[in-house]
Ligand binder design. Structure first.
Ligand SMILES: C[S@@+](CC[C@H](N)C(=O)[O-])C[C@H]1O[C@@H](n2cnc3c(N)ncnc32)[C@H](O)[C@@H]1O
Length: 200
């Protein structure tokens, strides 16, 4: 269970690294369920989560997944990861940066995966890191859906439409603050052509 001390830890991380954590509160339960839309409880899958935080989405993924599915979650902040490790047992947690995503997946022996749930703060990451994430997804999961959380609804709708052939956006009002999820499919060949990828 996530305690008050854990929430204090979240706030500490937010005030230390605001844009990296990107939200004043962890992902709410309804938003976590929307993030996990592609998880199929009837079929074993390889599920990859990017940006674990305190593990709210991770715990929902654990509840929804098939018992034989594998769940790997990657997080940069060791203190937030401690909370996730305690509250979402049964997950393989990797402490590292998604900037090294191909190497981290290789070390884990994953050349392909089926579900990608990204809670990453895309606008505040370096463009090169966002590019690594999308290119790794393209190489290892391209026929599936890329689900991306956003704390600023609709702002990046245009960017995702330029990058992917199919994009749906689901707003979750009952989250603090209201937030949403882009579910993206089929990357365009020229997705990098006019530098539309967010980041600095
Ligand atoms: C919006 S928060 C995730 C919230 C999470 N769903 C929860 O409810 O606890 C974004 C997370 O991405 C992590 N993050 C930021 N940059 C990262 C990177 N380069 N590699 C891995 N994780 C990163 C942050 O530390 C933060 O925990």
């Amino acid at each position: 269970m996530v305690s008050l001390a854990d929430h204090a830890r979240w706030l500490g991380a937010f005030f230390r690294h605001g844009t990296r954590v990107a939200s004043l509160a962890p992902t709410g339960r309804r938003l976590a369920r929307e993030m996990c839309r592609e998880i199929d409880s009837e079929t074993p899958q390889r599920i990859l989560e990017l940006g674990t935080g305190m593990g709210t989405v991770t715990r929902t993924a654990l509840e929804l997944k098939h018992p034989k599915s594998e769940l790997v979650s990657i997080e940069l902040d060791p203190k937030l990861l401690e909370v996730a490790k305690r509250t979402a047992p049964g997950t393989t947690f990797i402490h590292g940066s998604v900037g090294d995503l191909p190497q981290l997946l290789d070390q884990h022996g994953w050349d392909q995966f089926d579900v990608c749930i990204s809670c990453l703060p895309v606008p505040s990451l370096p463009k090169s890191v966002n590019q690594t994430v999308i290119e790794t997804w393209k190489e290892r999961c391209a026929s599936r859906v890329f689900s991306q959380l956003t704390a600023i609804p609709w702002v990046y709708w245009g960017m995702y439409r330029k990058m992917f052939h199919h994009v749906s956006f689901r707003l979750v009002w009952l989250n603090t603050p209201p937030a949403g999820v882009y579910h993206c499919q089929t990357l365009r060949d020229d997705f990098l052509s006019d530098g539309q990828l967010a980041g600095h």
